[in-house]
Ligand binder design. Structure first.
Ligand code: ASP
Length: 424
């Protein structure tokens, strides 16, 4: 029996193959219906299990992670490196998109009339940049029980950080509470290990449904754009991020991909950075040997804030829509696209197609019709696969970079800690 890592790879290949075969069957064939039903059942059970564990896992991992970093006076440093890394990689992703879209001009050969019906029938929800900020900051601070129950990841992150810092500030007094959280985290990780054993089946099922559900004719119409998005996203994932990883940590890209493969394939199949997070955390800690305190902070934050693939996509898609409606965006307008796409990707939650929702803001910022996203929605499930995988890759590279900059050795050997380092 091959190891889990190999099983997941085999399942992904099989899923694409079976999905392609099933997609070729007539729409009313009972075989097709049966396979699609079974795959959507298994796929939703798998994603449901990941979601089930997500909130208790990130809550405990942030409380424990931040408490450990705080005990070693490292929270400030980790914050700074994490945010700097997020901004640099998001900017690089959007630069790649803008340069490629200016060279290849996707959408310029297409006529917007082709999509008139879709655009007419679509009503985009409107959210301007100031409204977005208001919404974003207001949502950071919430009743923790409501945030936990609603799965508001950022609000959970914020409350858990406060709590982690307070636990250390209180010293010995809160030691037993911190121990409880540490044990609770162990318990959650044990459950993640069990759920991961089901990953090959979940991924097989999700990919069958995804591939069988593609509309080949529509894809051919928009082929130029689809290829551009895939190629630039892959460029970022295969050249830019591994380049940063190698130059900062000296780790080889092959070593990184081997260690992160389970998370990357899960992200591809689920199109959700949030649902993938339990597996991302496990891969970072077990395979890539990132300290749990760093992984537990950088990865949950990255899963909602650091979305290189989404930022890249939003910038490319804005230029695609501009070409489609025959508007040439000036350099200033492209700068506006750059900044709003950065904000929009940061605010997109790590769930399928959330980038589409926040993209309305990017289009509006440069006066493009928000309804144009109706054109992009039908192909979004496909494009979301690679961009989510690159979103997760960016977070994992980030955890390695932060681990390196935040001085791993110091923490392990720190003697003034009132919290034992969990890696020992
Ligand atoms: N699905 C992406 C993610 O979860 C977000 C997006 O729609 O771009 O990372």
């Amino acid at each position: 029996m091959p190891g889990l890592n190999k099983q997941i790879l085999i399942a992904a290949c099989l899923g694409v193959l079976i999905g392609w075969l099933v997609g070729g069957q007539p729409a009313d064939s009972s075989l097709r219906e049966g396979v699609l039903y079974a795959s959507s059942l298994v796929g939703s059970i798998f994603v449901g299990m990941l979601r089930m564990i997500l909130i208790p896992l990130i809550f405990s991992s942030i409380v424990v992670g931040i408490a450990n970093l705080q005990a070693h006076h490292q929270v400030g440093r980790v914050w700074k490196v994490t945010l700097t890394y997020f901004v640099i990689t998001l900017s690089l992703a959007m630069l790649v998109a803008l340069i490629a879209a200016n060279i290849f001009k996707p959408g310029s050969g297409l006529s917007v009339n082709l999509f008139a019906d879709a655009m007419d029938a679509f009503e985009a929800s409107q959210l301007s940049v100031p409204e977005f900020f208001l919404h974003f900051f207001a949502n950071l601070f919430q009743n923790p029980f409501a945030a936990l129950a609603n799965g508001s990841i950022l609000a959970v992150v914020v409350f858990a950080m406060f709590m982690g810092i307070a636990l250390v500030a209180g010293g010995e007094r809160y030691r037993s509470i911190l121990n409880v959280f540490q044990e609770f985290l162990e318990l959650m990780l044990q459950m993640v290990g069990w759920i991961m054993r089901l990953a090959p089946y979940g991924i097989l099922a999700l990919l069958i449904g995804l591939v069988a559900g593609q509309d080949a004719a529509l894809l051919m119409t928009m082929l130029g754009f689809v290829v551009l998005v895939f190629a630039t996203t892959l460029f970022h994932g295969v050249v830019v991020l591994p380049g940063i990883l190698y130059s900062v940590t000296g780790k080889s890209p092959l070593w990184f991909w081997r260690g992160s493969r389970e998370a990357l394939i899960t992200a591809f199949a689920t199109s959700s950075s949030a649902a993938t997070l339990p597996i991302t955390l496990r891969c970072a800690e077990h395979n890539l040997k990132v300290r749990r305190s760093v992984a537990g902070f950088v990865l949950p934050l990255g899963a909602t804030m650091n979305m290189d693939g989404t930022a890249l996509y939003e910038a490319a898609a804005a230029l695609f829509v501009a070409n489609l409606v025959g508007i040439e965006l000036s350099l200033t307008q492209q700068m506006i696209v750059f900044f709003t796409a950065m904000i929009a990707s940061t605010g997109a939650p790590g769930i399928p197609s959330s980038g589409m929702v926040t993209m309305v803001m990017v289009l509006q910022a440069v006066g493009l019709p928000a309804e144009a996203i109706a054109i992009l929605l039908p192909i979004d499930r496909l494009l979301d696969t690679v961009r989510t995988a690159v979103n997760v890759e960016g977070d994992m590279v980030g955890s390695l970079v932060v681990d390196k900059f935040a001085g791993g050795e110091e923490v392990v050997s720190g003697s003034d800690a009132n919290v034992s380092d969990e890696k020992a």
